[in-house]
Design a protein around this ligand. Structure first.
Ligand code: OAD
Length: 245
């Protein structure tokens, strides 16, 4: 039984650093990228390339605004809840996330490192003024391309393919990975770098690597333990067991 194994591993090696991917948010209704119902079966990964965005901001905004950015009605699920509880109880000391949905924070997790930015934030490429999602939604409804009061193009504060990751996030993720005894991956295919490099950093520094993901990942061969399962049902069982004395 995975939940018992998980709690044993946590007890032995605590605290853990956790790397999360799109698979922790599918139960909240956000599609992942490369799973069977993934976004990339429907739209081209090109939409997340910087060059594409700069050439076709109108196409980006018409496709991405509703599906990617407007998360006002989206709620955290059982796995976000589990990670918050584990942090509160001292079992997890950092969450490194590739997700831009902000759901770990919405669930109450405090130590979240966002590698790929946040879908709720936007800024002007000319003067750097920040814009909230609500203002950008309003602007897009009036004009297909949102512009700043200075005339500059407003872009999302997310990492496009072709861009480097935010320096301080990378620094913190690196430090957390080097220093942990246990590194847990949840819901990521582990094929996008540099994010998928952190499990290796952890292993090279002596950590135990546990991967929890439905389906294969790019780093299964490196794992000390792999749980191939649905995270929602897994997390439910773990929370029940945590609640028992
Ligand atoms: P992927 O879509 O590549 O991988 C998500 C993994 O989660 C897949 O292997 C799914 O099978 C698994 N999964 C989905 N739902 C699950 C569930 N309920 N329980 C267990 N497993 C489940 O997503 P990421 O690895 O996060 O980057 O993708 C990494 C990056 O690629 C993203 O951050 C994004 C994307 O292009 C950028 O846009 C820069």
């Amino acid at each position: 039984e995975y939940a018992d194994k998980f709690l044993n591993i946590l007890d032995t090696f605590r605290p853990a650093v956790v790397l999360t991917g799109a698979g922790v948010s599918t139960a909240s209704g956000i599609p992942d990228f490369r799973g069977p119902d993934g976004l990339y079966n429907r739209i081209s990964p090109k939409i997340f390339e910087l060059e594409f965005f700069l050439k076709n901001p109108d196409v980006y905004y018409s496709l991405a605004m509703r599906k990617i950015h407007d998360l006002r009605d989206v709620e955290p699920n059982t796995t976000h809840e589990l990670l918050r509880l584990l942090e509160e109880q001292g079992f997890v000391n950092a969450i490194i996330t590739q997700n831009i949905d902000g759901l770990h924070q919405k669930a109450g997790s405090m130590r979240v490192i966002e590698l790929h930015g946040n879908a709720n934030e936007f800024y002007c490429m000319n003067c750097r003024k920040y814009y909230s999602i609500a203002v950008v939604i309003d602007k897009v409804s009036k004009d297909s391309i949102p512009h700043c009061s200075c005339g500059g193009l407003i872009r999302p504060d997310i990492v496009f393919f072709g861009e480097s990751l935010p320096e301080s996030a990378v620094m913190h993720a690196q430090e957390a990975s080097v220093n942990c005894n246990l590194f847990v991956v949840m819901g990521s295919s582990l094929v996008v770098f540099p994010a998928a490099g952190f499990p290796r950093v952890a292993v090279e520094n002596g950590a135990y690597l546990l991967i929890i993901n439905r389906g294969e990942t790019g780093l299964d061969y490196l794992a000390d333990m792999k749980f191939n399962c649905d995270l929602e049902s897994f997390s439910k069982v773990v929370i029940e067991k945590l609640g028992q004395p």
